[in-house]
Design a protein around this ligand. Structure first.
Ligand SMILES: [Zn+2]
Length: 253
């Protein structure tokens, strides 16, 4: 082996952890370690389904995308894929990094969508159902797609705020564009709508296909997962809950 080869191999086999902590050759810490340090200093949680937008500084998304691209290229090399000569995978690390940060996991990095709340001037106090909203997410266990539908039931009172119909979809998308667990995803949607609208009752139902069950594991093609969260009057009032579920089943067709 020539010394040039040795140098190349050493570079190729630098453990990812060294990159992660910016230890190699006394280099400046990576952008991900700078952001991580800020989150830790603030004692802020940064699980897969948490939003970290308040801890990002201008220009860091571009740097983060470049770092993720470099790490993904390492993953492809570790899978013994010849990214230097395989024309199909030469751009894969770049494409996947962009897809993670700007599309499928964008809800971790982007600020919450702007939503205007309106006072309930008409004093609406009838059950409202919104849906089905399209759900596109990914499971935090395998990063496989979760594709499904979401319904929202709202029981307003005269002090509640109302939001525009399209805003339910925007808010749900912001929560779903993160690696998720379905049970936690519906609870996060409920918390967010509760905070924006402050209704008497809130009900969320999500029905989704988990591709980690289709593509791998049991390879079941029909499995779907349905779960729900009921808050306030939906918990206390059996007839309201029944009315919601009946309307929902009609809506499902
Ligand atoms: Zn999974």
């Amino acid at each position: 082996m020539t010394s040039k080869d040795a140098a190349r191999r050493a570079k190729e086999f630098t453990p990812a952890e060294d990159h992660a902590h910016g230890k190699e050759h006394g280099a400046a810490p990576s952008v991900s370690s700078r952001i991580r340090a800020r989150l830790q200093a603030a004692q802020e949680r940064f699980h897969a389904n948490d939003n970290i937008a308040p801890y990002l500084e201008p220009g860091e998304m571009e740097q983060l995308q470049a770092e993720v691209q470099a790490r993904l290229e390492d993953v492809l090399r570790a899978l013994v894929i010849d990214v230097d000569n395989d024309h199909n995978t030469q751009e894969t690390a770049r494409r996947v990094a962009k897809m993670y940060l700007k599309e499928i996991f964008a809800g971790r990095y982007a600020k919450a969508p702007a939503v205007t709340e309106f006072p309930n001037v008409g004093q609406l106090n009838e059950l409202m159902i919104v849906g089905p909203l399209r759900v596109r997410s990914a499971c935090s266990h395998h990063l496989c797609p979760i594709i499904g539908k979401l319904w929202v039931g709202v029981m307003p009172n005269q002090h509640s705020n109302l939001i525009g119909l399209s805003k339910y979809a925007r808010l749900a998308e912001w929560i779903m564009c993160r690696p998720q667990i379905q049970e936690e995803a519906v609870a996060q949607v409920a918390d967010l709508l509760q905070e924006k609208m402050n209704p008497d009752g809130l009900a969320i139902v999500m029905e989704a296909e988990h591709f980690c069950m289709h593509w791998r594991g049991v390879r079941d093609t029909d499995a779907k997962m349905t779960n729900s969260v009921m808050r306030g009057s939906f918990l206390k009032d059996d007839s309201l809950r029944r009315e919601f579920l009946t309307l929902l089943n009609n809506n499902r067709g």
